[in-house]
Design a protein around this ligand. Structure first.
Ligand code: NAG
Ligand code: NAG
Ligand code: NAG
Ligand code: NAG
Length: 180
């Protein structure tokens, strides 16, 4: 093989490697968890808000995305988020269930680092401690297919997050005490 062909082949191979080896995209979130008034049954009660929102913000992602979620716990109790249905590849310690992940102490922050991979669809996150789930702190997660792997159906005409749960007129502290 002439030298210039070998060099061209080398560059072709190198550029292919660079494309294949490109790092997966990152999405960064900063979430502030606070108490706030909610009225799920028309009665005021203390709820858990994320960035002032109840339910919390949706995560829109694409398969292979790295999700970097810095969560500030501004409650006066520990807080822990779980990522329901999201496969935790090589990082089960980020799953957010008590026993695999340490809770975020009051006044502290923790950065969850997840990579959504090999799955598409609708999922949700929720707080896994102390009946917090009855008071908010949850929201939707969407994982779309990458454009280069088209799904075999047309894009939906609309896309909404629907979260279904039980509601109470007592706050999570009271519910927790009565459940124990
Ligand atoms: C979170 O919200 C509280 C109440 O609004 C505020 O005092 C605090 O500075 C906020 N923290 C961050 C990190 O945004
Ligand atoms: C924590 O904050 C809530 C809401 O402001 C309050 O009702 C509760 O008494 C506080 N608990 C402690 C231990 O300070
Ligand atoms: C807490 O947030 C700061 C940025 O405000 C960040 O530099 C730090 O890494 C975070 N700590 C943890 C444990 O995630
Ligand atoms: C929940 O309600 C009880 C009784 O009213 C109160 O003592 C407690 O501080 C409340 N907890 C929160 C987090 O608001």
């Amino acid at each position: 093989m002439p030298l210039h062909s070998a060099v061209a082949l080398f560059y072709a191979a190198a550029s292919l490697f660079a494309i294949v080896g490109a790092e997966d995209p990152y999405r960064f979130y900063s979430w502030n968890v606070t108490y706030g008034d909610i009225y799920p049954l028309g009665v005021r009660q203390t709820g858990l808000l994320i960035n002032g929102q109840f339910p919390g913000p949706d995560i829109h992602s694409v398969t292979n995305d790295n999700l970097i979620i810095n969560v500030y716990n501004n409650l006066n109790e520990s807080f822990l988020l779980s990522w329901n249905g999201v496969q935790q590849r090589r990082n089960s310690y980020e799953d957010g269930v008590y026993g695999t992940t340490c809770p975020i102490p009051p006044g502290k922050n923790f950065t969850y680092m997840l990579q959504v991979k090999d799955q598409i669809g609708s999922f949700y996150y929720y707080p896994s401690l102390g009946f917090h789930k009855a008071a908010g702190g949850f929201g939707g997660i969407r994982i779309l297919s990458r454009p280069r792997i088209p799904v075999p159906f047309p894009d939906p005409a609309g896309d909404y997050t629907v979260l279904i749960g039980d509601w109470y007129k007592s706050n999570h502290t009271v519910l927790y005490i009565f459940s124990n």
